[in-house]
Design a protein around this ligand. Structure first.
Ligand code: 5AD
Ligand code: SF4
Length: 468
């Protein structure tokens, strides 16, 4: 039997897509292997978000030359965003590649595999208006058996000027709620305890029978009325699976409705964490980025969230050194961070991406040194705030879902609380997949350390005070 090896880079969506691909390839008679040396087909699910991500893939591909010399039948395929961006040019630039498949063309993989096994290169990078892979049952790769990703939308219509995603993943479309619930049901039946609903912009989820989000306004008022938005979907999932923990990512400020915030606070099993990228604290830069919100609107949204859910954690994405960013713009970003005090975040230097509006309109004119120094200041400030946030859990009891053994000690478990902070504690008699109440006694900026306690009362909002 032939074997395939698959490796994923980039966002959670790519990892989720690889599970769809694994399912498709398995039906072609391949079994999955964790060892490159055993593989007849190596697949890399690639990312284009920054130049560095693409360089990593190219380096990885070079490493396969030796394997191909050893095994003349070995085939190498690239999937995902870099495949979509480079298309057949990939075959010219990286001679080792036999197969190039974009994010919407995975169902064509069986045909493409036949092509490459007949000795021809194969490419399919057609983007689709409908494809959501809702009918495919993903194979959970290197899963802990406890947490899983479930895609709910594909593509993105936001057109942030720095971002390559609208070009690599196409227009935004939502998945049929029935197929979402079916997938979750299968996970629950297998004893999974937590799912993350995934999309480039989950709050923009809208099901009205299929089709692009941008065509919603063209349909009848009645159909519009019976459509399902993200808040309704969240409610549906939370009520259908009351014992399942639910997360979602990523949110965009302009689409996050007060209904979603209310729904989060109404259901205990929806985790109190929102990943809410801001990118910059300067209105001038936000405008140039074509973000659909101002600094003030963003801060108002944070206020609203904290008013309804004081213990809700917020995480960010921030870019340093966008074109024309001045020291003053940078300081506005630091100032916004100071106001929000994010729990954690993902921070990047601006990387010009070919084809994006920013690459056409602006010079990449912030020096590498300024980008680097500003990024460092942002990272340092985030670390300070993360520590401020983790310290606030000291002496409190949090509910933790155990996911795996702690990296630092095999006598400890590692899991996360509702707010998505990692918690480690002694294993005692607990096992992976258990929900445990843990009293927090110590912390670093990234990790909470505590002791499991027997506390049978259901925790309110995930947190109670130990002296309650
Ligand atoms: N350069 C740097 N960071 C980027 N991101 C997206 N595009 C770029 C780019 N061209 C970051 C944004 C986004 C996250 C997924 O990656 O912060 O939210
Ligand atoms: Fe990378 Fe964006 Fe593609 Fe995800 S969607 S793989 S982050 S370019």
């Amino acid at each position: 039997m032939k074997k395939f090896y698959i490796e994923s880079y980039g966002c959670q969506m790519n990892f989720a897509d690889s599970e769809v691909v694994a399912s498709i390839v398995s039906k072609e008679g391949y079994t999955s292997t964790q060892s490159l040396n055993d593989a007849d087909l190596i697949l890399l699910n690639t990312c284009s978000i920054r130049e560095k991500a693409e360089q990593t893939i190219r380096k990885r591909l070079k490493g396969f030359n030796k394997l191909k010399r050893k095994n003349k039948n070995l085939k190498v395929g690239v999937l995902g965003c870099m495949a979509e961006r480079l298309k057949s040019q990939f075959l010219d630039e990286e001679k080792i590649v036999d197969l190039v498949v974009g994010p919407d063309a995975y169902k064509d993989i069986p045909n493409l595999i036949k092509e490459i096994n007949d000795g021809r290169n194969a490419v399919n990078v057609i983007l689709s208006k409908e494809e959501t892979y809702g009918d495919i049952n993903p194979i959970r790769l290197s899963s802990n058996g406890v947490t899983a990703f479930v895609s709910i939308t594909r593509g993105c219509d936001n057109m942030c000027t720095f971002c390559v995603v609208p070009f690599t993943r196409g227009r935004e479309r939502s998945r049929d709620p029935k197929s979402i619930l079916d997938e979750i049901k299968k996970l629950v039946d297998k004893n999974y305890k937590e799912i993350t609903l995934l999309g480039q912009n989950v709050d923009s989820y809208l099901w009205y029978g299929g089709g692009l989000k941008k065509d919603f306004k063209k349909i009848s008022a009645l159909r519009q009325k019976t459509s399902i938005n993200f808040s309704k979907l969240l409610k549906l999932v939370a009520e259908s699976f009351p014992l399942l923990r639910i997360r979602f990512s990523t949110s965009n400020p302009q689409d996050m409705s007060s209904d979603v915030i209310k729904t989060m606070s109404n259901y205990y099993n929806i985790c109190n964490h929102i990943h809410l990228p801001v990118q910059s604290g300067s209105n001038k830069i936000l405008k140039a980025m074509n973000r659909q919100h101002t600094r003030e609107e963003y801060l108002e949204l944070i206020n609203q969230i904290k008013k309804v859910m004081p213990d809700c954690s917020i995480s960010q994405d921030i870019i340093s050194g966008f074109p024309n960013e001045t020291q003053n713009d940078h300081e506005l970003t630091l100032d916004l961070m100071e106001k929000v005090k994010y729990d954690f975040g993902y921070m990047f230097k601006y990387s010009e991406r070919p084809g994006t509006l920013a690459s056409k309109k602006f010079d990449d004119n912030v020096s590498e040194l300024n980008k680097k120094n500003r990024l460092q200041e942002i990272v340092d400030l985030q670390q300070k705030h993360s520590y401020y946030r983790t310290k606030s859990f000291m002496g409190k009891i949090v509910e933790v879902l155990i996911e795996k053994e702690s990296k630092k000690s095999n006598s400890q478990w590692s899991g996360r609380n509702q707010q998505n902070t990692v918690v480690v504690f002694e294993k005692e008699d607990y096992k992976i997949g258990d929900f445990v109440n843990v009293l927090i006694t110590d912390c670093t900026s990234a990790t909470l350390i505590g002791n499991p306690i027997n506390y049978s009362k259901k925790l309110k909002n995930g947190i109670i005070y130990s002296n309650n």
